[in-house]
Design a protein around this ligand. Structure first.
Ligand SMILES: [Cu+2]
Length: 209
């Protein structure tokens, strides 16, 4: 008995010290608020929180040193054209370039970029190639370089997949199928630094983006 009691004492003492330490920490309001912010990261469930149908997985593909990720096609804002997006990575050893795209669902498919018109607006223009320097992520995205599908032969519904073949300066070809995403499903992770203009679609003339 006596033994048990002597053991208990130091244990309780330790507990008391621990409790005291806790109290001290809590009374420090700065620390307390730091704690709160770390415990509640703002947007964990961003990608899954959109109501309705969950977005299909974005397309990926690999061919030699070329890696493609995050591929998708925007559900056509207009009936006859839409844009496709993806990120390319060339792990070398030599530079390459995306030189073409084709798809059976459209009359033609082109590489586009946005170009300033001089009066503050931007328009999309066709380009011959998208350079792929070694070791760099090249992102095709809304408001920047993109795949353009012109003259759609059929309606593209969200959830459908669009087969595309990408061709490269090196002679490589990559076939993959890109999921069609509705506007709500579209990934928003990487916006241009110019900010929230996620809506070039709804605005000016060309609905492709
Ligand atoms: Cu375009």
């Amino acid at each position: 008995m006596a033994r048990a009691r002597t053991r208990l004492v130091p244990l309780m003492a330790t507990a008391a010290v621990a409790a005291g330490a806790l109290l001290t920490a809590c009374s420090n309001s700065e620390e307390a608020s730091t704690l709160t912010t770390t415990v509640t990261p703002p947007k964990v469930t961003r990608s899954t929180s959109h109501a309705g149908t969950p977005a299909p997985a974005l397309a990926t593909a690999t061919e030699g040193p070329l890696q493609i990720s995050g591929g998708w096609v925007k559900q056509p804002p207009k009936k006859d054209m839409t844009a496709g997006y993806l990120t390319l990575r060339n792990s070398g050893p030599a530079a390459d370039a995306l030189t073409g795209v084709s798809t059976p669902v459209a009359d033609k498919a082109e590489l586009h970029t946005m170009q300033a018109t001089g009066n503050g607006a931007e328009k999309m223009v066709q380009i011959n190639e998208i350079p792929l320097p070694v070791g760099q992520d090249v992102e095709l995205r809304s408001g920047g370089q993109h795949l353009m599908l012109v003259g759609l032969k059929k309606e593209l519904a969200a959830g459908e997949r669009v087969p595309v073949e990408l061709s490269f300066a090196s002679g490589k070809r990559i076939s993959m199928s890109l999921p069609v995403l509705s506007q709500e499903q579209a990934p928003r992770a990487s916006q241009s630094p110019s900010g929230g203009s996620v809506t070039p679609t709804s605005g000016s003339g060309h609905g492709g983006h």
